[in-house]
Design a protein around this ligand. Structure first.
Ligand SMILES: [Zn+2]
Ligand SMILES: [Zn+2]
Length: 413
């Protein structure tokens, strides 16, 4: 047996009570233990399959549901981190473009995905909010969606204004669902807080405290968040230039997630920007990898997480080398579906493996049938174009009523 096959043998037969027994199972003369395939599942999968693991009472699980840039791409959605706590609470920090599908892949009922904290109002940090808001209603959420976000230097730059107008944008969408589905989940509860608050408590329920600190990014208004629960501290920058508030209040976090923008050189080479724009955006509007490293050297978290860059085979080496110029501590270079299980004793980093054929989970309470009396309905003009195919539709109603013991009649209005 050469060295390679010995290693395969040892790992493949984990779980066999004794080597002799394994060999015995296969000793029919046609195969030897050394070259046969194992038939037992591995005890350790080294990946996270959503919906298959309990969270311990003192454990925090964080899933990267968006780690990319404002440009949409299949591999990485824009900023979004899901935090799940052992007490059952779940929080979404930023919900950038494309991230709603990642959230759905976690197989969590939408009623539990009801708390969203927005660091600032760039589309790559809240562009998928409408998808969660509306898709959540269709996906069986029967509770209001709660949103927290900062004020701006003028009212129209604040979260309340954005939410009011998001609802206006979707006036037709909301109206179309009225009387056709259970729309209790359409209610949006918005809490706008002062972006200048320094370590101000913006949420305190069920043993969980979330504070905001100012961030420096593009315009006044952005904030970063710090969540504390039991003895664990989670810090999330959203977007920010390196700043004193983060260094003071995120210090010593168990897990510190901070933007680490693509290097200026890669912005020129890959993004096709001018050197001037790359330097400005890459080091003045955002935090470059070397600046990120400096921030983490001062923050000293148990785990530093870098995000907000396209994490590819040809970008990661340069990003990492730049971070390592200024930081030599624990580090995750995040990409979508990276998962951190955090306890006081351990931080485990894995990748999630997801099921793409995803459907929504059931509601946590009883869903109501549509109240057709609340429908806005059609004009006579549109109604005049309907072809009702009564013989086809009656059969569909009959089959559903027979299967589910109901007695729904084909509407005549
Ligand atoms: Zn931004
Ligand atoms: Zn951003």
């Amino acid at each position: 047996m050469n060295r390679k096959s010995a290693v395969l043998f040892a790992s493949g037969f984990l779980g066999c009570a004794a080597l002799v027994a394994c060999v015995g199972l296969l000793s029919d003369g046609s195969a030897t233990a050394a070259n046969a395939s194992p038939v037992k599942a591995l005890e350790e999968q080294e990946v996270y399959y959503p919906g298959t693991e309990d969270l311990a009472p003192n454990e925090m699980r964080i899933v990267a549901c968006g780690t990319g840039m404002p440009n949409s791409r299949p591999k990485q959605a824009a900023a979004c981190f899901l935090v799940e706590l052992g007490n059952g609470d779940k929080f979404i920090f930023d919900i950038g473009s494309g991230s709603a599908e990642r959230l759905s892949a976690m197989k969590i009922p939408y009623d539990y995905l009801d708390k969203v904290f927005i660091g600032h109002l760039h589309s790559d940090h809240f562009g998928a909010l409408a998808d969660l808001w509306i898709g959540g209603v269709i996906g069986n959420r029967i509770k209001p969606l709660r949103v927290w976000g900062p004020s701006g230097h003028k009212p129209e730059f604040g979260t309340a204004y954005a939410m009011e107008h998001m609802q206006k944008v979707f006036t037709w969408d909301s109206g179309s669902r009225q009387g056709n589905v259970d729309i209790r989940g359409q209610v949006l509860e918005v809490t706008e807080f002062d972006y200048k608050g320094i370590n101000q408590v913006i949420y305190q329920e069920n043993g969980v405290t979330i504070r905001s600190i100012p961030a420096i990014h593009a315009l006044d208004g952005p904030v970063s968040f710090i969540l504390e629960w039991k003895d664990l501290k989670f810090a999330f920058s959203s977007d920010t230039y390196p700043n004193k508030w983060w260094i003071k209040y995120a210090a010593g976090a168990d897990i510190a997630i901070h933007e680490c923008f693509i290097t200026p050189r890669l912005l020129v080479e890959k993004q096709k920007w001018t050197p001037g724009a790359s330097l400005n955006v890459g080091t003045q509007v955002h935090t470059s990898p070397a600046q990120f490293g400096k921030v983490m050297s001062l923050t000293k978290p148990r785990m530093a997480v870098a995000y907000h860059f396209f994490n590819d085979f040809d970008t990661l080496p340069e990003q990492l080398a730049q971070v390592r110029q200024t930081y030599d501590g624990p580090l995750s270079m995040a990409t979508d579906y990276m998962v951190w299980n955090v306890t006081k004793d351990d931080i485990r980093v894995r990748m999630a493996v997801i099921d793409e054929d995803i459907w929504p989970q059931p509601a946590v309470g009883e869903k109501l049938p549509p109240d057709r009396s609340t429908r806005i309905g059609f004009s006579d003009f549109t109604l005049s174009g309907r072809e009702p195919f009564p013989e086809v539709v009656k059969k569909i109603y009959d089959e559903i009523n027979a299967e589910y013991g109901t007695d729904y009649k084909v509407p005549t209005d």
